[in-house]
Design a protein around this ligand. Structure first.
Ligand SMILES: Cc1cc2nc3c(=O)[nH]c(=O)nc-3n(C[C@H](O)[C@H](O)[C@H](O)COP(=O)(O)O)c2cc1C
Length: 183
């Protein structure tokens, strides 16, 4: 059997970091390149349900986003260079709701995160925030649903716990799903 090709470096390197350089700025074109990576993600019927709002450290809106984060997240995310809010629209084809909107925002966010890592940045998505507070302070319209805030910054050394994942056999099956006894 031929050996499997190696995984992408960015996939192996990516971790949800909590320590960022609190002074090094992120040039705007650099941040826009991450959003461009998100823009190129695949989506159901190419509906591109994602909409992103972003703020840079030092912007008044950055402080607003920080205030909407759960305290545990706010304790470290203030050192990030940028905070990117991922929202989606449910609007689908022929007036029907798009059942894959969250999925596709997730695909776009994954591309953003991996592009960040490939560019030497850290990117840490968060669900721990007050969506309605964020909606009010950033004037997010009612047809957009905020899903995640991703902190992006220049990583500094931190000791991270080992990655914990379910084994591949537990989350995959070739063909039909194994019955209870087989698992
Ligand atoms: C949708 C989503 C929401 C998350 N929310 C938070 C959060 O609110 N706070 C946090 O510290 N980490 C959050 N995380 C990071 C996860 O805890 C992390 O990805 C997981 O523990 C695996 O660790 P790793 O990313 O370093 O591989 C979130 C990740 C995702 C994808």
């Amino acid at each position: 059997m031929s050996p499997a090709p190696p995984l992408l470096h960015a996939i192996l390197q990516r971790r949800s970091r909590e320590r960022f350089d609190p002074v090094r700025p992120l040039p705007e074109p650099h941040l826009l390149s991450l959003l461009e990576a998100a823009r190129l993600a695949p989506s159901s019927y190419n509906l591109q349900p994602w909409r992103f709002l972003w703020t840079m450290r030092g912007d008044p809106d950055f402080a607003e986003v920080l205030r909407a984060l759960d305290p545990g997240n706010a304790s470290w995310a203030g050192d990030a260079s940028a905070l990117v809010i991922g929202t989606f629209t449910r609007a689908g084809r022929r007036g029907r709701p798009n059942r894959w909107a969250e999925h596709d925002l997730g695909m776009a966010t994954a591309q953003l995160v991996l592009q960040a890592v490939a560019s030497g940045l850290g990117a840490h998505p968060m669900a721990g925030f007050d969506a309605e507070r964020l909606r009010a302070s950033l004037r997010i319209p009612s047809d957009l649903e905020p899903m995640t805030v991703t902190a992006i910054g220049w990583p500094v050394d931190e000791s991270l716990p080992p990655r914990e994942r379910l084994p591949l056999e537990r989350i995959t099956s070739r063909g039909r799903w194994p019955s209870g006894e087989e698992r």
